[in-house]
Design a protein around this ligand. Sequence first.
Ligand code: HGY
Ligand code: MN
Ligand code: MN
Length: 419
Amino acid sequence: MHETTGTTGTTGKLLAAIAGTGRDAVRGGYSRPVFSTAERELLDWYVGELGRRGLEAQTDRNGIVWAWWNPTGAPPAGAVVTGSHLDSVPGGGAFDGPLGVASALRALDLLRERGIQPARPLGLAVFPEEEGSRFGVACLGSRLLTGAISAERALGLTDPEGNTFADVARAAGLDPAGFGRDDETLARIGTFVELHVEQGRGLVDLDAPVAVASSILGHGRWRFSVHGQGNHAGTTLLADRRDPLLAASRLVVAVREVAAAHPGTRATVGRFQPVPGGTNVIASRVDLWLDVRHPHDAVTAAVVAEISRRAQELAADEGCTVQVREESLSPTVDFDPALARRLTTALGGVPNLPTGAGHDAGVLAERVPTAMLFTRNPTGVSHSPEEFCTDEDAELGSVALADVLADLLTGHSCGTPPG
Ligand code: HGY
Ligand code: MN
Ligand code: MN
């Protein structure tokens, strides 16, 4: 890995410029849902930084923002692309997404300072709705690009306020008729490399600043709607109740029991919404969302089937009914091993780590040779205000990204397209 050079900007300074955007005074951390004012402000910042570098931002028909650096006038196909996302989970950290975007800008600066003359274009990309926090489907932008989700299904997705993706995207200046698989854009990508803050303690425990990703845990999201009888808290005897909140609460406990019975499973209920949600009102319905992850997709399916079975039992015990709907499913992804080896070598032999977090790189890996870099997070915590990355490690991550991009941009062509 190269040493960092004393240039005008650093990765930390780039991030400092957006540190005040989208702060959430209630939850703490940041809430930057896709197409929100905060996320659009971040995009404006990004477009401004591209402009400062003489690059023009181009928003494609799926809302992905591209920029191309091609100083040698190389043919557009086979580009090396890097980037990440700017949207966040509710109350998220400052680095999940933006670190990859800032590192891409910084790596471009370093490539230029080093006088790199690329044999193929470098693309920078920002993908919308990676978290799926507003419309429920993770990596919505990259799924639209690859065809992993149909435009029809995507456009009909709704946010918690009932706005459709089509309406919100239209209000953001996109044409709903344009959404969908984009083979022409995909054909331009020879290799995709995403840098991301590590969302665990792997690098902390290894006392290393940067790693190459080996795999992404398969993961999915299911919505459970438990229906009962809404009623008055004071006039309804216990024997006369059909309380969905009771059934749903028992279901949350059952989720942990089922997960614990399937080693290696990570099952979470982080979103639990009684309707109507009044203090003196027995709920008529409870919506809860289940996130299940496991290295083996068959185990994920078995866990969800068992949890669904328990849900039916617990609902019936309380005179309620329950509906289960799959909202998002991503298989376990093993990154291109040859590409991972090449990046590891280019970086002088850094650790290779799996991740339990999903990424746009995991979606793109279905269609193009893809790799990821992780930058150390000393807290190991993510999807929380405690998520962190020191300025020094952020800069080391950008230097590592510049190192691997230089290798991919000047060396022989990259990776083997997935079969
Ligand atoms: O949920 C995830 O793993 C990612 O942060 N979207
Ligand atoms: Mn992320
Ligand atoms: Mn995330």
